[in-house]
Structures are given as C-alpha cells and as structure tokens.
Design a protein around this ligand. Structure first.
Ligand code: PMV
Length: 339
C-alpha cells in the first residue's frame, strides 16, 4: 500500500529547510477565479486532490488582500476591518491551516484580510483568500517558493485556491502522485483581452451548504457523478481548442454546459443539493433570451445561487443594458496590478 501523506508532510516536502526568521509583516493579493471547466469531486480529501483537471479564469482586481504579521497570544483575524471571534468557522479554518506553517507552536499570526468579492456567496473568496495567505506566508518567512510550489500549498487550504496564484486562464492539472506534487495550477499562456466576466449578485448571504460537504455528498451518493469525468475530458478539450482559436461561442457553450452538468450531478445526490434560487433560474432564462436576440452571452455558476456571465467586449454594452446591476471585469488582462 502506498504511504498516506498528511498535509504536514507535504508542507515539509515543499518548504524543505528554507527556514528564515519571520519579517515584520508581509502583504499580498490574489485574484478570485471562476472555473470554465469545474473542479467537482476529490480523490483525496486530506490533500484536496481532484478527480479531474479543471480550467479557470482569474478576475483581475477582484480577489483578496492579505496582511500577515507575527503576534503574541492567539491568532487574530480581521475581515474587512472587523475582528472575528476565535470560534468563528473562518478563523478555525485559517488557524488549522496556519498550524501547518508555524516555525514553532507558540508562534501566532495576525491576519488582516479584505475581500473585494462578496464573501461565501459562490464568488470564490476562499480560493483568493488562501492564495493570498500563502503568498503572504512566503513573503513573511522569506521562503522564496515558486508560484507552482505555492499553488500546491494553497490547494491544501482550498482546492480551487491552487488556480488563484495567476491572472488569466489557468489549468489545474489533476496529477496522479499520491503526495499531490504533480497537482497544481499552471497558466495557459494564452491571453484573450476581449473576454469579459460579469458577476451577477443575486444573493450575497451565506450559502446553505458549503462546497466541501456538497462535493463529498455528490461523489458518495449521486448516480450522475459516474459520467462527470468523461464530461470534463470532453469540455476541457473543447475549451482549450476554443481558446486557441479565439472562438467565443465554442468557449461559452462548453463552459455553460459544463456548469449545468456539474449542477445535475448535485441535484441527483441524496439528499439533493440545489443552489439555484428563483432568481438564478430567471437569470438563466434571460441569458438564453439574449442569445435568441443575437447577443453572444453565456453563463456559468458555482456552489451558490449567483450567476457569472461570459461575453466579449463587442457585446458589453448590450449585456449591461440587459443586466444593469452587472459587475464587469476584464479578467484575461495581465499583470494583476494593471487589471
Ligand atoms: O475549492 P472549493 O472547495 O471551494 O471548491 C470549489 C468548487 C467550485 O467552485 C464549485 C468549482 C471550481 O472549480 O471552482
């Protein structure tokens, strides 16, 4: 039987003997990312190793800012300037993650986080949050790790965080190693400056079930999950071909249908997982109506009720006219500071 790797042993393997005294403070930013081909299901729940590869687009200036500094006593976490209680689930998750990195058990951290995307509403704030935190850890401790190595570490906090180390189009390679060393994000290299992502905030509250338990329940109970890996292989190939050819209709069709297929696997879980609200379904119908009217518009949707619209600069005015509350980003532009 192969060795069961713990998160701690993976961290030690990545950081090795790069031990340096902590600096005074470190600041970092990481963009949120939206998957065009989704990550849904783990083959290893401890290391967040996925069943399939996935492909995302980062959201430019929308993401998480993190300031990290050493402190005494227990860890302190502020989110958007507000101090969170030690028992807050978010603080517990961060503390648990930071336990992997403390140079000595007495070392505590102060984390000041600011999200520029709505928190916990399916806008991937945990992905950008863990990616920003790992960048800040690298800066604070002066490890000088590569983005690929940081991607592996970010995955240990939240799977999709491994795609948030870069702007633009990023593929998360499924990998096959038991320690996950070949499961990380990698930028595609293609840029597509005309691409636009619009965030349609329908409900900014906390979602009824997190992606982690929803994913687990789907893998364990949904008969629909059996077809998912083949769907991903098909959609991923289609998306890459669409990106290479700058064929927006092909990209939109593949992304929209991949999102709906993911939700179909959840709906077939027992008990079912349904993130859609009436407003989500209305928005989907509005997107299809726009398409019938000749606007090249597609949607994608993650573990929440909100919808993300995909379109190009050519249709931006027509899309904003139909969805006046839309928050538009031009995500494929780089580098991060310029987006
Ligand atoms: O990384 P997690 O555990 O938050 O899972 C994210 C899963 C989806 O957002 C639904 C899909 C994806 O690929 O981002």
């Amino acid at each position: 039987m192969s060795k069961a790797w713990s998160r701690q042993s993976v961290v030690e393997k990545v950081i090795g003997d790069r031990k340096a005294p902590a600096r005074e403070a470190s600041v970092a930013f990481a963009p949120a990312n939206i998957a065009l081909c989704k990550y849904w299901g783990k083959r290893n729940e401890v290391l967040n190793l996925p069943v399939t590869s996935s492909l995302s687009i980062s959201l430019g200036a929308l993401g998480s800012h993190c300031r990290l500094s050493p402190c005494s006593g227990s860890d302190q976490v502020t989110l958007g300037g507000e101090t969170l209680e030690g028992e807050h689930p978010f603080v517990e998750r961060i503390r648990d993650y930071l336990n992997l990195f403390r140079p000595d058990p007495e070392q505590s951290y102060k984390i000041e986080a600011i999200n520029t995307v709505p928190t916990a509403a399916g806008f991937a704030s945990s992905a950008s949050g863990f990616a920003a935190l790992v960048l800040a850890l690298d800066g604070l401790h002066g490890w000088g790790l590569s983005l690929r190595e940081l991607s592996i570490l970010a995955r240990l906090g939240s799977g999709s965080a491994c795609r948030s180390l870069w702007q633009g189009l990023v593929e998360w390679h499924v990998g096959s190693a038991t320690d996950g060393m070949d499961s990380y994000g990698e930028p595609l290299g293609d840029t597509w400056d005309e691409l636009r992502v619009g965030l349609l905030v329908l409900e900014a509250g906390k979602k009824p079930i997190g992606s982690r338990p929803a994913m687990k329940r789907t893998v364990e109970t949904s008969p629909g999950y059996a077809v998912w890996p083949d769907r991903v292989a098909h959609d991923l190939a289609n998306l890459k071909a669409a990106i290479a050819a700058k064929d927006f209709e092909r990209l939109g069709e593949a992304a929209e249908s991949n999102a709906l297929a993911m939700h179909a696997t959840m709906i077939m879980a027992q008990p079912p997982v349904l993130y859609w609200k009436a407003a989500s379904v209305t928005a989907m119908n509005d997107v299809w109506a726009a398409r019938r009217d000749g606007v090249s518009l597609y949607f994608t949707m993650d573990a929440g009720p909100n919808i993300k619209l995909l379109f190009t600069a050519a249709d931006e005015a027509a899309v904003v006219e139909r969805f006046p509350a839309l928050r538009v980003t031009a995500p494929a532009l780089r580098p991060a500071e310029e987006a």
